[in-house]
Design a protein around this ligand. Sequence first.
Ligand code: AMP
Length: 428
Amino acid sequence: MTKFEELGIKNPILTALSEIHFEEPFPIQAAAIPVLLSGQDVIGQAHTGTGKTAAFSLPIIQTIVPKGGIQAIILAPTRELAVQITGEIQRFSRHSGIRYVTIYGGQSINVQFGELERGVEIVVATPGRLIDHIKRGSVRLNNVKYVILDEADTMLDMGFIDDIRFILDLVPKQHITALFSATMPPEILMLAEKYMKSPQRIFIDADDLSGEGIEQAFLVIKDREKTDYLLRFIKENKAGQTIVFCSTKDRTRRVAHELEKASKLTVVSIQGDMSQFRRDKAMYMFKKGKADILVATDVAARGIDVPEVALVINYDVPSHDMVYFHRIGRTARAGAKGRAITLVSYSSIGDFKAISSQTKVAMRDLNKELGIEVKIPDPLKREMPQRRRGYGGRSQNWGRRRDDRRGDGRRRYGNDGGRNYYGLRSRW
Ligand code: AMP
């Protein structure tokens, strides 16, 4: 008997799992599958990469009835994640005769009408477009038995909370809900309290701010020197693909262009200004290994699973520590080894320090290793004011803007005079 069989999974799913070499359940699957099969709600605190897609998809595929109408709604924050979930469902259900559709804004609604009309049992959707379909009557919720909220905290951050409530209010009372979230801010806990029935809580990697399995390094340099080092690190990376994260659409465009010009590698990029078609094409090329480098804004950071990514480079320091961990989590997937390098401009040293204090593994200091001098006094030893922290380890400074181009951070360092990095007078 395979381990998946012991959890209650039956054929034809077992055949599909063995064909795709899922030999042993991951911890989140071992914990969540029996609970969902028994009909109980689940709250899972787990990052992407832990195997949560199979944890919620396998019980759905096993219990829904082919041609029985829409029986499962899976909500995801981004189109990329929704497409990825459907891809996994396709692999698990290849012998099960069930049908599914991905519904997201940016794709022609008529294409989606066609697929819905032919009949599906599982709908994977971003919240806004699903509401469009519900209002137009092309999605009916009266047969729904499963509602999955994937990356609930990201949906919250993206302002989808009212859309989620709208959808949950319309689903028949008798259904199973599973909510997955990397963090549990109060709004998510309130949502769970209102809409879930005595959910079983599963904490898989609540402590996963370690970046374990990922070799992390940083290099402090001037902003204008970043591209040279970026190229150097990419050229040195022989192990697999690279993702480069930038803070803005403009920087993403520029960095992708510069990399393309300066290397013989194939570069694709994803940022919010691109049409859905171009984003899908870029993602497709990267996933299929037809592109060596993906340059992206944080849109791509969440939920994207590309097993071959060997190196993540933060061209810009992320705006938030959680974003950092989501970004570097694109490498070292499913137990593989990976590397992450963060390029820290002088004006971002304070932000980076706040992030590095959250990691539990020692970071490699590339300034020391490569003998690159930091031309400001002792920046990494400078004390930063402690960030306020809320539920789930989030700090409370959402939306604060950083701009590497303003260059004033350096001036402040150079002219310290008892002031800290932000130019505030130190209390000491
Ligand atoms: P997820 O967190 O669902 O995005 O899964 C992360 C990666 O792990 C995906 O590439 C999955 O296909 C893979 N994966 C999930 N469960 C298993 C398993 N039991 N055995 C092998 N690979 C798995």
